[in-house]
Design a protein around this ligand. Structure first.
Ligand code: CP
Ligand code: NVA
Length: 306
């Protein structure tokens, strides 16, 4: 298998076997990082804030013997109107790989089109494939498999994390339950649901009753109720999503050995309670660590050609 030169924009573009290859590399490089990207440079472009994605990519490059450079929209010429495509053309003459975190998914597609080097999606409004890669790695480690498990994504199922979780987990053979209010803003766009279903090996189902949705599941996953860019909708979202809080009562309806996941950052007391986050079912901190190892797997595959 050779993924060298491929963009990593959405898991829709990768087969089950290709994702397994990235996960295997991640596991190997977690055990023993090797300097396979010596003298290689990752350029990281941010339009939105980040803690985990920025730092785990930078540390991943260090562990692989390379280097990472941070740039953002505010302090670069992008703030003065230089176009994204011109920026991407230039950056790809310097770096060996570009990672970008943006609002519009079309913009990362534009960067990929303009760039001569592979482009990684560090989150757009539509997808967060690197997070899901780390999440698949975490489930593999905690449960020994992904195929045949049932994961309930609880809360806002209409944005990047729900889309990528649905696509990645169902492709790997897990059954995915989207547990959300009936309002279509909290559900995946029909065209994304359709694409995910076409590629799915497991079932994809929608539930509007939180207790029914998590009944017997192996994994409960949640994400913030107000994502980056949705600040103006805060009041409505907090009200609509309140019944979908992941608390110990809700967790008690899942399988006794359920694991609870959250991509972070969390808003304790909103989508998840502190006692669940810090409780015995939570794998959230190992999940956050695995961002680092998954980034190494992704970089090894698309830059290193491993
Ligand atoms: N989960 C995640 O992507 O975190 P950051 O927003 O901190 O990068
Ligand atoms: N849905 C969240 C994910 C953060 C990692 C957001 O887009 O803000």
């Amino acid at each position: 298998m050779n993924l060298k030169g491929r963009d990593y924009l959405t898991l829709l573009d990768f087969t089950k076997e290709e994702i397994e290859h990235v996960l295997n590399l991640s596991l190997q490089l977690k055990k023993e990082p090797r300097e396979i990207l010596k003298n290689k440079t990752l350029i990281m472009l941010f339009q939105k804030p980040s803690t985990r994605t920025r730092i785990s990519f930078e540390v991943a490059m260090t562990q692989l013997g390379g280097h990472a450079i941070y740039m953002d929209f505010v302090t670069s010429q992008l703030s003065r109107g230089e176009s994204l495509s011109d920026t991407a053309k230039v950056l790809s003459r310097y770096g060996d790989v570009i990672m970008a975190r943006l609002y519009r998914h079309e913009d990362i597609e534009l960067i990929a089109k303009s760039s001569e080097v592979p482009v990684i999606n560090g989150l757009t409004d539509l997808y967060h494939p690197c997070q899901t890669t780390g999440d698949l790695l975490t489930v593999l480690e905690k449960k020994g498999k992904i195929d045949g498990l049932t994961i309930a994504f609880v809360g806002d199922c209409g944005f990047n994390m729900a889309n990528s979780t649905m696509i990645g987990f169902s492709k790997m053979g897990a059954n995915v339950r989207l547990v959300a209010p009936e309002d279509p803003v909290y559900l995946p766009k029909p065209e994304i649901l359709e694409k995910a279903k076409k590629q799915a090996k497991g079932k994809i189902e929608i539930f509007h009753d939180p207790v029914e949705g998590v009944k017997g599941v192996d994994i409960i996953y949640t994400d913030v109720w107000v994502s980056m860019g949705q600040e103006e909708e805060k009041e409505k979202r907090l009200k609509d999503l309140k019944p979908f809080q992941v608390n110990s009562e809700l967790v008690s309806h899942a399988s006794p050995d359920v694991i609870v996941m959250h991509c972070l950052p969390a808003h304790r007391g909103q989508e998840i309670t502190s006692n669940v986050m810090d409780g015995p079912h939570s794998v959230i901190w190992d999940q956050a660590e695995n961002r680092l190892h998954a980034q190494k797997g992704i970089l090894a595959a698309i830059v290193g050609g491993l």
